[in-house]
Design a protein around this ligand. Sequence first.
Ligand SMILES: Cc1cc2nc3c(=O)[nH]c(=O)nc-3n(C[C@H](O)[C@H](O)[C@H](O)COP(=O)(O)OP(=O)(O)OC[C@H]3O[C@@H](n4cnc5c(N)ncnc54)[C@H](O)[C@@H]3O)c2cc1C
Length: 434
Amino acid sequence: MNSMSIWKKTSSLPSFENLRENIKTQVLVIGGGLAGILTAHFLKESGVDCVVLEKGRVCGGTTSGTTAKLTFQHGLIYSRLLKEKGEYAAREYQNANAEALEHFAKLCADKDCDYEIRPSCVYSLRGKKLLADEIEALDRIGVSAKFEKELPLPFETDGGVTVENQAQINPLKLAAELLNGLTVYENSPVCRFEKGKAVTDNGSVTADYIVISTHFPFINSHGAYFLKLYQNRSYMAALKNAKPVGGMYVDENEKGMTFRDYGEYLIIGSGGSRTGKDMRGGERLDRLTREYYPGAQTVCRWAAQDCMSLDGMPYIGRYSAAAADMFVATGFNKWGMTGSMISAMIISDMILKRQNHYERLFSPSRSMFKKQLFVNGLESAVNMLRPTAPRCPHLGCALKWNASEHSWDCSCHGSRFASDGEILNNPANKPLGR
Ligand SMILES: Cc1cc2nc3c(=O)[nH]c(=O)nc-3n(C[C@H](O)[C@H](O)[C@H](O)COP(=O)(O)OP(=O)(O)OC[C@H]3O[C@@H](n4cnc5c(N)ncnc54)[C@H](O)[C@@H]3O)c2cc1C
C-alpha cells in the first residue's frame, strides 16, 4: 500500500525550519495536523503569540489520509447519543458540529480549498430499522433528515438517511492557506517536558499554555488516554473514470464503504477495524474496486487511522485535572474535521478565559465507565503478557507483523513501525530498538 493520498497528490504545503534554539511563547501547540493548525489559527486571530511544533512535516498524519467530509452526521450517532446520554447531549453534539460547519463556511469562503456544499447520507445494508431510528432521533433534536431508498452506489442498500447542506474540502489546501500566517517548526518532535517547557533534540519552547494535538496523546502520566483510546484503520483509494456519486456516503457499519467525489476522482474507502487486528483491509479494498469499478483506474491508494473514544465523542479540553495549563484534542472517531474545528473553538476560548458552551460536553474528564474501557484494558493486558518480540516502546505491548503493509503494528494503542523500526504512527515516540 503506497501512502500517497489524493490530497498530497493535489496540493503543496509550505515547509518550515526545525527548532534550533530555546524560545518563549504564550501558547505552544504540539502537532501540526488540522486540530493543531486550526487552534493556532484561532489563537493568532485573537492576538495570542503561538508556536506550532511538528514532529515531521505538517499534515503528515491522519489529516492527509482523511476523506474530508464536513458534516454533523457522524454515522448513526444521534440514536446512540439519545440512548446513552440523553436528549440534551444529543442536541448539544449536533449544535457544536453545526457551528463548526458554519466556521468552515466562513473560513473557506476566501480560500482556495475546493470547498463544496454537498448532501451527506448514512446508508445501511442491515435493514431499515436502524435508519428509521436515526431519522426519529434527528427529528427529536430538531434536525430535518429524509429517508432515501435509491442511492447512486454500485450495490443494493436498504436505503439511507440524508441531510442537506453539509460540505467537503481538500484539507491540505485549507491547511496550506492557514499555515501561511503561523509560526511553525517542522521536524521537531517533542520528546519530553520540563516544567512549562517542551523539549526537542535541538531546542525547547517555554509556554504559558501547551496544547497537545498530536492525534494520540503521548503523555502517559496524566489523563489515562492509553485506556480511553484505541485506533481504527481504514483503506482508501481515488479512482479515475468511475461514476461520480454527487454527495457524501458512508455505511453505518464501520467495516463498510465510504464515498465522495473530488473533481474528476471518486474517493472510496473501506475496512475500518482496530489497528493490528485485521491486516487484509488493503486487499479487500482492491477487490471491491475491481468488483464495483472494473473500468476505473486507481490513481492513489492509501491507509489512515484515527483515535476512537469510549463514547463516540472526542476528548477536547484540559489534559487532566492535574495539568491545568495543558489542553488536548483527540478521540475524533473518524470525524475529526468538524472535531478539529470544535477543538479550536473550545481550547482557544479556554485559553482566552472565555465561556464556552460546549466545554463540559467534550471534557476529557467526563465519566468513562464503558464496555470499551474493559475491551481496551483486556487488549493491552493480553498483548503485554504475550512473550513475543519485538515490543512497542510506548507501553511494552507485543507487536504483530503486518505482511500486507510491511509494518509492525500494536493492537493495544495503534502505534506502527516500518521494517527498519522507524515510527509510522504514534503514540510511540521512539523508534523500535532504541
Ligand atoms: C480513513 C479516514 C477517513 C476520515 N474521514 C473523515 C471525514 O470524512 N470527515 C471527518 O470529519 N473526519 C474524518 N476523519 C478523521 C480526521 O481525518 C481526523 O480525526 C483528523 O484529521 C485528525 O487530525 P489531528 O490534527 O488530530 O491529527 P493528525 O493529522 O494526525 O496530526 C497530528 C500531528 O501531530 C504530530 N505529532 C505527533 N507526535 C508529536 C510530537 N511528539 N511532537 C510534535 N508533533 C507530533 C504528527 O506528526 C501529526 O502531524 C477520517 C479519518 C480516517 C482515518
